[in-house]
Every structure is written in structure tokens, then in C-alpha cells.
Design a protein around this ligand. Structure first.
Ligand code: NAD
Length: 471
């Protein structure tokens, strides 16, 4: 891949230096004191606060992402996470006392110490280029770790801005930003880390996992998948259902890891739902969404072609809303494809686009069967007021997370841990889960060096022949 002219990739020597500095700083204990962590969290807040306008410009350059989407989906998310960490840091970092069992009662204390894992590698993707680079960093700082952060080269303006801002605001010996593509990431992955946190696609996740295995390094994988939506109540308020699904499907032009990927709907409701989608798209983006300043673009030509191929592979008579594209602008209209079969190309992989296939189902059992035939998704959405139906769906399916009667909003609640299951990821973060991800819970027993309690555990000492133990 050629380097975009505006983004300078770091050299081999710079990367080596970053790896060594990150480790040395951690070993020197610089990042451990809570006062230091608090100060760096404040600095990260300041970075976002003082630069929100140029951050919005950079993300617009990369994705034509509307300013409101950058503020809501990137800056506000990180700030909220910083606020939670800041407020709870002392409590989270405190030793957790454990009452010892009877045999250890005398002269013994047990605690779980909350220790920083060490030097971490954060690798992030292009779709939320600020949020996904800096939210894991909140956990790194809160837990007392150091990190090297590698943003995506596919969002070069944002990656460049991060390279300028991170050293200006954060301690440059503790949190180091490295830019590059496969070659640079490969060099980073060859090093020994104490934790690797990767956000991106499943194919690269396997490369990351193999690299982690080489050093038996713990890792978090935040991946994607086909997140299904159940719309099975024929008397549901379809206008509201369509509005809430449209939000998830068009925010960032559908390029969200938790975007609703396909809808399972009864034949009876399909036409009503299609009409409601037509209306909600028009309300959001007007009659010609291409002219709307509120609809983002596809990240690059490679992804544009990937999506176009999927859409071209489907029966065009089933495209009932949208379908227009313009490669010169990397534009895809919000699109609804009706009566899609499970074997359609649109069902072959995560769409990551403003295209929504509708699959007709007889009933909830058929819908569950279709979802379970797919790999476990990152999110699952149910629109219903029927508690029994909701319970049945949740009890019979699996996914990283769930949101009932809305899309994507569960991830905005940063006190809920966010992560996948199986192919949609492993581990979780946000709020306390981020602190835990970068923390090693070190079980510690402290005994008194005195003869008190010695009698009770006398049996462990040889010679055993004199002790006659029996169960
Ligand atoms: P991407 O292409 O930017 O890749 C992600 C990172 O991996 C980048 O930093 C890139 O430089 C690096 N990379 C790429 N190829 C590599 C290789 N061969 N070796 C080492 N490193 C390599 O982003 P992407 O993967 O296209 O991101 C989109 C995917 O990420 C989707 O599947 C989406 O669902 C998922 N995602 C998940 C989350 C989540 O939080 N779970 C969030 C956003 C995106």
C-alpha cells in the first residue's frame, strides 16, 4: 500500500524506540501513582476539549462524517468514559480484601491487588478513528499502564492529527503514537507486550492473536459481525421502529461494528416497514440523500467496490428504497432490499454499509433459526413489547450485546461492558471493564512470621509418617 502523502509513517528505528520507551517507562513505575493517572486523564480530556473543531474537520476529511456524529459518536463517548474513570479510580484501584478460609484465619491476610498489566499495544480501525484509538487509552491510563497506539492508515487525516496532538497533551514517554500500515504494525506485533488491544476485522485479528501467542500475551479483540434485528410484532409502531433502525443503519453511513445488519420481519409487516423506512430516510436526508450534509461516505474505493459487488449480486428488482451510488463521491444511498434469501450475497458477510436487507420469516422460531445459522454477532436487536418473545429470543441466541427497542444505544451507555463473543470478539471494555482489561488482579497472601497458627498447618511438613492423615 502506498503511503497517503499527508501521513508520515514512522520509521523502523522510531518504532523500536517507542517499544523500548513504553516498556522502560512502565518498569520505572512512572504510570503507577493515582495522581499521575488522574493528571493524564485530565490532559486527555483537555486534548478533546481544546481541539474538538479540528478533530471534526479531520474526521470529515476522512469519512465526510457530519460534525454532530463526531461529537456524539467520538468525542462525547471518550469524555464520558474519562469522567467515569476519573470519578471511580480510587475505588477501582483499591486492594480488595478477601476473608481467608478457616485454615488461614490465624496471622494471615489475603488481598487482591489491582496492578497495571504493563506496556500495552493498541491497534485501531478507521471507522471511528478518534473514539477507537482513545477510548481504550482511557483504560490504559486508569489502570496505570503505558501504551503504544497505532491508528488506522485508512483515516490518514485523523491519524496525522492524533500524531500531532497526543505528544502535545500526554506524557510522551508513556503514551506514544505510531503511524503506519501492515509493515509497521507487523513490527509492533513482533515485540513483547503485556497486553494487546485490537479493534478491527476478524482476518487481521487472527494475525494479532498469533503474534500474541508467540509471547503468551493477553489480548482483547473487538471485532464485528452481522448484527440481526427482530421485527416480529405486526402491531408495532413501525414508524418508530424504522426511525430507530435507520439511525443505526445510516450513522457513519452504516460503517459501525454494531450497525443493524439485516432485519427479520413477517411477510404481513414487510410492506408497512418498507414504507416507514422510505419515510424515515426522507425525513433524515431529504428526497436526494446525496445532497444531504448529514450522510457520511464510504471510507475508500476498495470498500466502495466491496459493497457495490454485494449490491450488484442481489436481484435488483428487490431494491425497494435507494440503491443509487456514485463512486466519484464514494456515495451510497440508504438502501432497503426486500425479501432477501439467506443465500443472497448480502447475507455472506458483515455489510458495513447503508444497505439493509429484509428477510421474511413465518415466526419467531424461524427467525431464531436464521440467526443461529450465522456466526455470533456483536449486537442483537429486538423490537417488541412482548416480554415473553424478548425472553425467548435472548434465551435462544448469542451475541456480544443486546439492545431492545433501539439500535446502537447500548454502547453509548459506558457503564455497560462492551465486547463480542466468538468471532465478534473476546474481552470487553468501557467504564470499569476498561480498567479491568488493563489490570492484573494479583492474589496476595501475607502471613506473619510468627509461630501463631503454625500448629494448625503442621501436617504439611515431612516426615509425613508421623502425622497419620485421614480424610
Ligand atoms: P482497518 O483496515 O483500519 O484495520 C484495523 C487495524 O489493523 C489498522 O490499524 C490496520 O493498520 C491494522 N492492520 C490491517 N491489516 C493488518 C495486517 N495484515 N497485519 C497487522 N495489522 C494490520 O479496519 P478494519 O479491519 O476494516 O475495520 C473494520 C472492522 O472492524 C469491521 O469488521 C468492524 O465491525 C470492526 N470494528 C469493530 C469494533 C468493535 O469495537 N468491536 C469497532 C469498529 C470496527
Amino acid at each position: 500500500m502506498t503511503t497517503p502523502p499527508s501521513l508520515r509513517y514512522n520509521t523502523e528505528a522510531e518504532i523500536q524506540k517507542a517499544i523500548e520507551t513504553s516498556r522502560r517507562t512502565f518498569q520505572a513505575g512512572v504510570t503507577r501513582p493515582l495522581a499521575y493517572r488522574r493528571q493524564q486523564l485530565e490532559r486527555l480530556w483537555k486534548l478533546l476539549d481544546e481541539n474538538s473543531s479540528i478533530i471534526c474537520d479531520a474526521v470529515w476529511d476522512d469519512l465526510r462524517k457530519p460534525k454532530n456524529e463526531v461529537i456524539l459518536g467520538e468525542i462525547a463517548v471518550i469524555k464520558q468514559d474519562i469522567a467515569i474513570a476519573y470519578e471511580n479510580l480510587e475505588q477501582w484501584a483499591k486492594d480488595e480484601p478477601i476473608t481467608p478460609s478457616f485454615l488461614n484465619r490465624l496471622g494471615t491476610t489475603c488481598v487482591q491487588r489491582k496492578e497495571p498489566r504493563g506496556s500495552a499495544l493498541l491497534i485501531s480501525p478507521w471507522n471511528y478513528p478518534i473514539q477507537l484509538a482513545l477510548t481504550p487509552l482511557v483504560g490504559v491510563i486508569a489502570a496505570g499502564c503505558t501504551a503504544v497506539i497505532k491508528p488506522s492508515e485508512l483515516a490518514p487525516s485523523t491519524a496525522k492529527l492524533l500524531a500531532d496532538l497526543v505528544p502535545l497533551y500526554l506524557d510522551p514517554k508513556s503514551y506514544i503514537l505510531i503511524n503506519g500500515a501492515i509493515q509497521e504494525t507487523t513490527q509492533l506485533l513482533a515485540a513483547k507486550w503485556d497486553h494487546i488491544f485490537y479493534t478491527g476485522n476478524g482476518a487481521v485479528a487472527k494475525i494479532v492473536m498469533r503474534a500474541a501467542a508467540e509471547h503468551l500475551t493477553t489480548l482483547t479483540l473487538e471485532l464485528g459481525g452481522k448484527s440481526p434485528v427482530f421485527v416480529l410484532d405486526d402491531d408495532a409502531n413501525m414508524k418508530l421502529v424504522a426511525k430507530r433502525i435507520s439511525f443505526g443503519k445510516t450513522f457513519n453511513a452504516g460503517q459501525s461494528c454494531i450497525a443493524p445488519d439485516y432485519v427479520l420481519v413477517t411477510e404481513k409487516s414487510e410492506a408497512k416497514l418498507i414504507e416507514a423506512f422510505r419515510q424515515s430516510f426522507e425525513e433524515m436526508f431529504g428526497k436526494d440523500p446525496k445532497k444531504s450534509p448529514d450522510l457520511g461516505r464510504i471510507i475508500c474505493h476498495r470498500h466502495f467496490h466491496r459493497i457495490k459487488k454485494l449490491l450488484d449480486g442481489t436481484d435488483s428488482s428487490k431494491i425497494v428504497v435507494g440503491g443509487q451510488t456514485d463512486e466519484s463521491e464514494l456515495y451510497f444511498a440508504p438502501t432497503i432490499v426486500a425479501n432477501v434469501s439467506v443465500n443472497d450475497p448480502l447475507m455472506s458477510d458483515e455489510l458495513f454499509a447503508p444497505i439493509l436487507p429484509l428477510i421474511r420469516v413465518r415466526d419467531v422460531d424461524e427467525a431464531i433459526e436464521i440467526v443461529n445459522a450465522q456466526e455470533d454477532a456483536l449486537a442483537l436487536y429486538v423490537f417488541s413489547n412482548d416480554k415473553k418473545q424478548i425472553k425467548k429470543i435472548l434465551d435462544s441466541t448469542r451475541s456480544g450485546g443486546v439492545c431492545v427497542n433501539d439500535t446502537m444505544m447500548h454502547v453509548g451507555e459506558l457503564k455497560l461492558p462492551f465486547g463480542g463473543i466468538g468471532p465478534s470478539g473476546m474481552g470487553a471494555y468501557h467504564g470499569k471493564a476498561s480498567f479491568d482489561t488493563f489490570t492484573h488482579t494479583r492474589s496476595t497472601m501475607v502471613k506473619k512470621l510468627s509461630v501463631i497458627g503454625e500448629k494448625i498447618s503442621e501436617a504439611r511438613y515431612a516426615p509425613y509418617s508421623e502425622k497419620n492423615l485421614s480424610l
